[in-house]
Design a protein around this ligand. Structure first.
Ligand SMILES: Nc1ncnc2c1ncn2[C@@H]1O[C@H](COP(=O)(O)OP(=O)(O)OP(=O)(O)O)[C@@H](O)[C@H]1O
Ligand SMILES: [Mg+2]
Length: 312
């Protein structure tokens, strides 16, 4: 559905996007992660034809966005960063205006606007001026604008930025509901959102792809993946040394009444620790838990080494 081939963008001395290639199939929701200034928005602007690439291109359902921008753009819905919308128009009039630009007329236009208002749950505010809407409704109006022509490809730049937890939930549900029929790319700084809606996540840092995989795959790169945490009512004298001697343990850390054992061999660590616990039944154990990997840990490892480029 969407193929991105060697995209690059330079702004004077700033290399904002540096040889980015990936593809997205129908049914996939790809999450762009990356620190501020990583190049997420610039990549999205090039894919949607808002910004010409310095080199490379994006193929949208077979149409090259650089060489065939009109047919390519027909296949895309785009929710830009900060939801730019005309604040003095009502929701209905704004969406009717966008529908006209997208080539709908007469009853077909009315029908598209009505359906999209229903889909984006804007019924209660459809005759209100956009400038008087709360941020959640304003964001959803911009979301509706991206969906009016029911595009097969949807590009959304921080779709839940600044929304309250209920509004975030509504937007995520809408994305999830649409996902099977579309190829979707979203950018976000909210790592829990990646786990909630994305089938794949791509970490971008300084304009390049630092990682690309399912959220579960990425979590296996976390320091805590496969680690085991023991909690005890008091710390037995032989506990640490016995844990450190396990060949499957890389490192043992203690804090108050808990001990975290990091794996050298994630598959073997759990049976080894269980064996040790059984053999030392006098240890006053109150809890044992296998830790999952953490996306924020992976994100920091991949992106902290390099400072993002300067300013816009
Ligand atoms: N029009 C422009 N002129 C000059 N530099 C720009 C322009 N647009 C973006 N940049 C620079 O390109 C780099 C990438 O910016 P971009 O907005 O793509 O980052 P981002 O990953 O979307 O960041 P954020 O998470 O803050 O939204 C930054 O260094 C930015 O300052
Ligand atoms: Mg951005």
């Amino acid at each position: 559905m969407l193929k991105v081939n060697h995209l690059r963008k330079t702004f004077g001395p700033i290399q904002a996007v540096n040889d980015v290639s990936f593809h997205v199939e129908r049914g996939e929701v790809l999450g762009f992660l990356g620190p501020n200034g990583a190049g997420k928005t610039t990549t999205m602007r090039m894919i949607t034809g808002f910004l010409p690439p310095t080199s490379g291109t994006a193929i949208i359902t077979g149409h090259d966005i650089v060489r065939e921008p009109v047919p390519a753009k027909k296949q895309i819905g785009y929710l830009p960063e900060n939801a730019p919308v005309y604040s003095d128009m009502t929701v209905w009039n704004y969406l009717a205006f966008i529908a006209t630009i997208r080539g709908f007329t007469g009853c077909q236009r009315q029908e598209r606007v009505g359906k999209t208002i229903e889909l984006c749950r804007l019924e209660s505010v459809k005759h209100q001026a956009i400038g008087t809407l709360s941020k959640g409704y304003r964001q959803r109006t911009c979301f509706a604008q991206a969906l009016i022509h029911d595009p097969p490809i949807l590009i959304m730049d921080e779709p839940t930025d600044g929304l309250d937890p209920n509004q975030k939930h509504v937007v995520r549900m809408m994305i999830r509901d649409m996902a099977p029929q579309k190829a979707i790319v979203i950018s976000t700084h909210i790592l829990e959102e990646v786990e909630a809606v994305c089938t794949r996540a791509m970490v971008i840092c300084n304009g390049s792809i630092a990682a690309n995989g399912s959220p579960a795959d990425l979590k296996t790169k976390s320091r805590t993946y496969g680690a085991i945490e023991l909690t005890l009512s008091s710390m037995p004298g032989d506990l640490i040394s016995k844990l450190q001697q396990l060949p499957s343990a890389a490192k043992v850390e203690t804090r108050d009444h808990s001990v975290t054992i990091y794996p050298r061999d994630p598959k073997q660590l759990f049976p080894d620790v269980m064996g040790l616990v059984k053999a030392n039944s006098a240890w006053p154990l109150t809890g044992l838990k296998a830790l999952d990997g953490r996306l924020d840990d992976v994100f920091r490892n991949l992106t902290q080494a390099r400072e993002p480029a300067a300013t816009r």
